[in-house]
Design a protein around this ligand. Structure first.
Ligand SMILES: NC(=O)c1ccc[n+]([C@@H]2O[C@H](COP(=O)([O-])OP(=O)(O)OC[C@H]3O[C@@H](n4cnc5c(N)ncnc54)[C@H](O)[C@@H]3O)[C@@H](O)[C@H]2O)c1
Length: 387
């Protein structure tokens, strides 16, 4: 198939590589020239063409959307990137094509946004499907290929065409009865994580008051061979799935008059974690953070990635600064942030070292030697103060 993938970020580029390896002829379009010039530097396959020129994506067999779906300043779904991408597709295809949305969004997006916007501009016959991406950055076990893909077309012909494409890149494709089911499944998966993370974050606060280790409680509970799934507490949630996708579901639910109390509450608990940790650090430092030299280890939102989006480490960084602390960070993957460079971990350099994220290559012995107090949000440093 001749396919244009709209958006060559994390999702769109990974898809472009998978689809070109499967033999499709791929044009990867992105509005950001920097993204395209970086990709051109990688040395790509001959059937993959990265571009930021609209004229390159005319009349393809299929268009797959992989653009950002963030929240706006009012914390509401921002579909402006998606709408722009859809309008671009409508302008580019004269004869109609298979249009697939992989971007995460609320149930109804394919029908209410994608189809509506295309039909405003282009009267050709298009096929439409939703195939939300499930990729997990830095996960070495689960990739596009072996992660089952949930898809649904707007009609039988669309479902069949989308199924055939995904069968060419994924081992297992699950066809559900409507795009709304596929869109909801994606949001529910991430909401499930958000709620369970919030629950263990609350358990961490309860355990601290009880004077016991939350990690030990969770490890003990996880010995139950049925009816329990292990989640770990942490400094909060980051990236652009767990803090954002549940809001898309909550917003749609509330617009329909359905409850979303659990989702809203979980979001709040996770958002407040950096403030809870700030309080714990204050207690460890005799109630004042003024002029305390504090090192945050791990600035990204999760282990082994450099992505800083919505990272709770950044929230804590700012809160510590506002409390008068002298804050530095150590992160060998992020290396620098806002012109601040990662600080090496040398012995006895800080009053307190806080481990927010544990990258695989972290030198734990250096963390332990770096300060008299080590506070560990990851449950992985023996002898440290725990969440
Ligand atoms: N990153 C993940 O782990 C992940 C996992 C599953 C789903 N998703 C979802 O996939 C979608 C894309 O996420 P991402 O991580 O790839 O985002 P990203 O920010 O890494 O990439 C998006 C790209 O789209 C480009 N873009 C924006 N508007 C455009 C337009 N109108 N036309 C062409 N290009 C445009 C941007 O320049 C950017 O390079 C989002 O809906 C996200 O929620 C992401």
């Amino acid at each position: 198939m001749k396919i244009a993938i709209i958006g060559q970020g994390y999702v769109g580029y990974a898809l472009a590589i998978a689809a070109s390896k499967a033999g499709h002829s791929i044009i990867g379009f992105d509005t950001n020239p920097k993204v395209i010039s970086e990709i051109r530097g990688y040395g790509n396959l001959s059937n993959y063409q990265p571009t930021n020129s609209e004229s390159d994506i005319k009349n393809q067999d299929s268009y797959i959307i992989a653009v950002p779906t963030p929240l706006d300043e009012k914390n509401l779904p921002d579909l402006s990137f998606l709408v722009n991408a859809v309008q671009l597709i409508a302008r580019s295809s004269l004869k109609g094509a298979l249009v697939i949305n992989e971007s995460t969004s609320f149930p109804g997006t394919l029908r209410e946004i994608v189809i509506t916007e295309i039909e405003k501009i282009n009267k050709a016959k298009f096929l439409y499907a939703a195939a939300p991406e499930r990729i997990d950055p830095a996960n070495t076990k689960w990739s596009i290929k072996n992660t089952p893909r949930v898809i649904a077309g707007i009609d039988d012909q669309s479902s069949k065409a989308a199924y055939e494409f995904y069968k060419s890149i994924c081992d297992e494709v699950i066809l559900v009865s409507s795009p709304e089911v596929a869109e909801s499944a994606k949001l529910f998966e991430n909401t499930f994580r958000q709620v369970n993370i919030a629950l263990v974050n609350e358990l961490a606060q309860i355990s601290s008051k009880l004077g016991i280790s939350a990690t030990e409680v969770i490890t003990a509970a996880a010995t139950k061979p049925f009816g329990f799934m292990k989640f770990n507490p942490g400094l909060g949630v980051g990236g652009h799935c767990i803090p954002i996708d549940p809001i898309y579901l909550a917003q749609k639910a509330e617009a329909l008059g359905a409850p979303a109390k659990f989702i809203r509450q979980a979001n709040l608990v996770n958002q407040q974690m950096p403030l809870y940790v700030l309080q714990r650090l204050k207690e460890l430092l005799n109630d004042s953070l003024q002029n305390m030299k504090i090192c945050i280890v791990g600035l990204s939102y999760k282990a082994d990635v450099s992505d800083l989006r919505q990272s709770p480490s950044l929230v804590l960084f700012k809160e510590l600064q506002n409390s008068g602390a002298n804050v530095v960070f150590h992160d060998e993957i992020v290396k620098d942030f806002n012109d601040i460079k990662s600080t090496p971990l040398t012995p006895d350099s800080f009053d307190l070292t806080l481990v927010a994220v544990h990258h695989s290559n972290l030198a734990v012995d250096k963390v332990v030697a770096s300060a008299p107090i080590v506070f560990d949000c990851t449950g992985s440093i023996t002898g440290a103060h725990q969440l």
